[in-house]
Design a protein around this ligand. Structure first.
Ligand code: NAI
Length: 289
């Protein structure tokens, strides 16, 4: 029996791209999938049913179990309705993949508040809305799995994506806190930064690079993060083109001052403070993990 068999998993934004591959892979392993998609364009404009419906048809044609949902993750009501679709159709919810996303790329000096808000609303608020609606179910049944779609644009930065990078690293912060709060309820929460050829990346990378980045290469790792057998939590993975890589913070040797340091003391030690030589994987410096 696979670690997702008979589990009910919501995949937001799974009418195309990576989400579609996650939904197909989960269904192949026996999960019951809620295929959520607003059915809009890459920048979030427009809406339609056919994207989610066509993925549900594909899953059913292959003998799997799935239901479509067309609500937007960007509102509280939408998040509730997506989770309600899982519960009313399949009687439970066990996993959420917060995958829905849009782009409004523009350099920071030209970014409007609308462009900032729209991206935050779908990625960060979207993950909040759906996870928040699923959370009481997870706590009550003492089981749940959440995966956040983060991005190297947040982890490392990327030109023209201040809104997107902020939202995507915000999701890692949300994941870290939910991992701590969910631990005693067997709720595992992780983040995955995919690298894949989809409509989101079609004009960012050249054709040769894109041809090596099939979204299907990412999907098995997402299935693993939804699996009952996967007890990892608060981890971040970068996955694409056949590569699966865990990434983490490192911490340098701390510089300690026995007495109140002056500005001059800080300047004198600055090279030592910023030197990463001998750094080790980071944990909270005061609280025990
Ligand atoms: P995509 O554009 O094919 O998929 C995003 C899906 O989300 C679309 O089907 C869209 O209709 C849906 N969506 C948008 N707004 C929605 C809303 N308010 N409610 C419900 N659904 C909505 O792009 P892709 O590449 O498959 O992206 C999937 C996720 O992976 C996104 O979160 C993206 O930021 C992330 N990602 C993708 C990377 C890549 O290399 N393709 C790199 C890093 C992160």
């Amino acid at each position: 029996m696979s670690g997702v068999e008979d589990r009910v998993v919501v995949v937001t934004g799974s009418g195309g791209g990576l989400g579609r591959e996650y939904a197909l892979a989960l269904a192949r392993e026996g999960a019951k999938v809620v295929v959520n998609d607003l059915g809009g364009a890459r920048d979030g404009s427009g809406a339609g049913h056919n994207m989610a419906d066509s993925v549900v048809d594909e899953i059913k044609a292959a003998g799997g179990i799935a239901v479509a949902n067309y609500d937007s993750v960007a509102t509280e009501e939408g998040g509730k309705a997506i989770v309600e679709t899982a519960v009313s159709e399949f009687g439970a919810i066990h996993g959420v993949i917060n995958n829905a996303g849009i782009l409004r790329d523009v350099s920071f000096g030209k970014m409007t508040s609308d462009e900032w808000d729209a991206v935050l609303k779908v990625h960060l608020y979207g993950a909040y809305n759906v996870s928040r609606a699923a959370w009481p179910h997870f706590r009550e049944q003492k089981y749940g799995r959440i995966a956040m779609a983060t991005s190297t644009s947040g982890i490392y930065g990327n030109f023209g994506q201040a809104n997107y990078g902020a939202a995507k690293l915000g999701l890692v912060g949300l994941s870290n806190v939910l991992a701590i709060e969910g631990r005693k309820y067997n709720i595992g929460v992780n983040a995955l930064a995919p690298i894949a050829a989809t409509r989101m990346t079609e004009d960012i990378m050249d054709e040769e690079r894109l041809s090596a980045l099939a979204p299907a290469l990412v999907a098995p790792v997402m299935v693993q993060l939804m699996s009952e057998d996967c007890t990892d939590t608060a981890n971040v993975f970068v996955v694409g083109g056949g590569m699966v890589q865990r990434v983490a913070y490192f911490q340098a040797n701390a510089v300690n001052f026995a007495e109140q340091p002056s500005f001059g003391d800080i300047v004198a030690k600055w090279d030592e403070i910023t030197n990463l030589e001998g750094a080790v994987p980071a944990g909270h410096p005061i609280r025990q993990q």
